[in-house]
Design a protein around this ligand. Structure first.
Ligand code: TYD
Ligand code: MG
Length: 398
C-alpha cells in the first residue's frame, strides 16, 4: 500500500442502522455504524440488558439479523425479560455462551448484522489464561471483538458493568479500545435513566437520551425538561431553574439549596450534582461581593433529577437558590437564571443563550435573568440584565 493524498480518498458515505429507538440512535450519533464496537457501561440493574433487548427486537423487526449472546443470564432468563417488553423480541437469536470464540463463530454462521455481548465481564477468550472478568481477559476480549467487528462489518455492542463508586474496573480500561462509549445512569430511586456518549468516533459526545423504566421496558422521554422540572412546586424557597446544554440539546433543571443555621464547629457544605469546589467559590463570591453571610450556615446544594452542573452557565442559578434560601424568599416561578459568575462578582454572558431560551420559552418561562451584556432576545421572554452579583437578591420575589 502506498500513501495517497486525502483529497483522492473517496468519501464513502457512512452507513447507519437505526436501532428503532430514536433516543438511542440520537446518542449514537444517528444509529449503529456497521463494523463499529460500542461499549455500554452502567451499574448493575440500571437497564443495560433491557434496552439492548428492546433494540435487538426492533433491529430484527427492521430486518437486521441480531444475535444476543448472554453470559450474564441464561436464555430462559432473557426470555422472561423479553416477555415483559412491549416489543416482540421473539425472533431475536439468543446464545447462552461465555466463550468468545464460540460467540463469534455463531454470529458468523447465522449471518448476524448486529451482535450484542452481555457482558464483557463474563466473556473469556482462549487466547489468554485467566478467569473471565480479570483485567487481562476483559482487555483481550475487547480487542478481539474490535478486530472481529472491523473484519466482518458486524455492528457489535458490548455491555460493561460499572461498580458503585463510579470506578469502572473493566470498562474504563476499555474506553480507548472501542469506537463508542455510552453510559447508562440514573438514581436507583428514580424511574428515569440517562444515556449519554462519552466517546464517539462516529458522532458527537455528551448527547443525552432520557428514558423512564416502566413495567414494559424503557420508554424514551420526548421532553426531558418537563421531567426534570416535573416535581418543582412554584414558590418553593431555595429553588432556581437554569438550562444546561446536554450536547446539542438544552435541558432545564432545578437547582435546590438549603442554607440552614449551623450548630457548633465548621459549617457543612454538601453538594450533589455540583463540584464542591465550585460551590465554595460561589459562596466566597456571594460573601465578598454581595455581603451575603453564609459563614454560620450549613449549606446543601443539589440538582433535581440526577443531572450534573458542569457548566459555569449554571452559576447564577446556584447563587439564586442559595440567596433564596438565605433570605427565605422564593425566586419568581417563571424565571430562568443563566450566567457565569466571575471572582469580582461580575455576571458574565454565556454561550448558547438562544437555544437555552428557546427551550425555556417552550416550557412557559417568561423571564430570563442573565448578564446585562449580550441581550437575550427570544419572543415572549423578558430579559432582566444583571451586571453584578450584588443585584441578584433584588430579583427574588417578596
Ligand atoms: P437490567 O436491564 O437487567 O439491568 P442491567 O442489565 O443494567 O443490570 O434491568 C433490571 C432492572 O430493571 C430490574 O430491577 C427490573 C427492572 N425492569 C423493569 O422495571 N421493567 C422492565 O420491563 C424490565 C425488563 C426490567
Ligand atoms: Mg444485565
Amino acid at each position: 500500500m502506498s500513501p495517497v493524498a486525502l483529497a483522492d480518498i473517496s468519501k464513502t458515505s457512512l452507513q447507519r442502522w437505526s436501532t428503532g429507538i430514536a433516543e438511542f440512535d440520537f446518542v449514537l450519533g444517528g444509529g449503529l455504524v456497521p463494523g463499529s464496537l460500542v461499549l455500554i457501561g452502567g451499574e448493575p440493574g440500571i437497564g443495560k440488558s433491557t434496552i439492548l433487548l428492546q433494540a435487538a427486537a426492533r433491529l430484527e423487526a427492521g430486518g437486521r439479523r441480531t444475535l444476543y449472546a448472554s453470559g450474564e443470564e441464561s436464555p430462559e432468563q432473557v426470555r422472561l425479560r423479553a416477555d415483559r417488553l412491549r416489543e416482540n423480541a421473539g425472533p431475536v437469536l439468543v446464545l447462552g455462551e461465555t466463550r468468545l470464540e464460540s460467540v463469534l463463530d455463531a454470529a458468523r454462521s447465522v449471518g448476524a448484522q448486529v451482535l450484542i455481548v452481555d457482558s464483557i465481564q463474563t466473556a473469556y477468550t482462549d487466547s489468554l489464561e485467566g478467569a473471565p472478568g480479570s483485567v487481562g481477559q476483559v482487555r483481550e476480549s475487547a480487542s478481539h471483538l474490535m478486530r472481529f467487528a472491523k473484519e466482518t462489518g458486524i455492528a457489535t455492542i458490548v455491555v460493561g458493568h460499572v461498580t458503585k463508586g463510579g470506578n469502572i474496573a473493566g470498562p474504563k480500561t476499555l474506553e480507548h479500545i472501542v469506537d463508542t462509549v455510552l453510559y447508562f445512569e440514573g438514581e436507583p430511586t428514580m424511574d428515569y435513566r440517562l444515556l449519554r456518549a462519552t466517546k464517539n468516533r462516529f458522532g458527537s459526545v455528551d448527547e443525552l437520551g432520557v428514558f423512564t423504566m416502566t413495567g414494559q421496558g424503557l420508554d424514551p422521554v420526548a421532553n426531558p425538561s418537563a421531567v426534570f422540572l416535573g416535581s418543582r412546586a412554584a414558590g418553593t424557597v431555595g429553588s432556581a431553574v437554569t438550562a444546561l446544554m446536554e450536547g446539542s440539546r438544552p435541558v432545564l433543571v432545578e437547582v435546590q439549596a438549603l442554607a440552614a443555621p449551623s450548630g457548633y464547629g465548621t459549617p457543612q457544605r454538601v453538594a450533589a450534582g455540583i463540584d464542591p469546589k465550585r460551590l465554595a467559590v460561589l459562596l466566597a463570591v456571594l460573601e465578598m461581593r454581595a455581603g451575603e453571610r453564609f459563614a454560620q450556615r450549613d449549606v446543601f446544594v443539589q440538582v433535581a433529577g440526577g443531572l450534573k452542573l458542569t457548566e459555569p452557565a449554571a452559576d447564577l442559578a446556584v447563587a439564586a437558590a442559595l440567596l433564596s434560601s438565605l433570605h427565605n424568599r422564593p425566586t419568581p416561578p417563571d424565571a430562568i437564571y443563566l450566567g457565569e459568575l466571575g471572582l469580582g462578582g461580575e455576571v458574565r454572558p454565556i454561550a448558547g443563550l438562544d437555544r437555552r431560551l428557546g427551550e425555556a420559552g417552550r416550557l412557559g418561562f417568561r423571564r430570563v435573568i442573565a448578564s446585562d451584556r449580550g441581550a437575550a432576545r427570544v419572543a415572549g421572554l423578558t430579559h432582566l440584565g444583571l451586571s453584578a452579583i450584588s443585584d441578584l437578591a433584588g430579583t427574588l420575589a417578596a
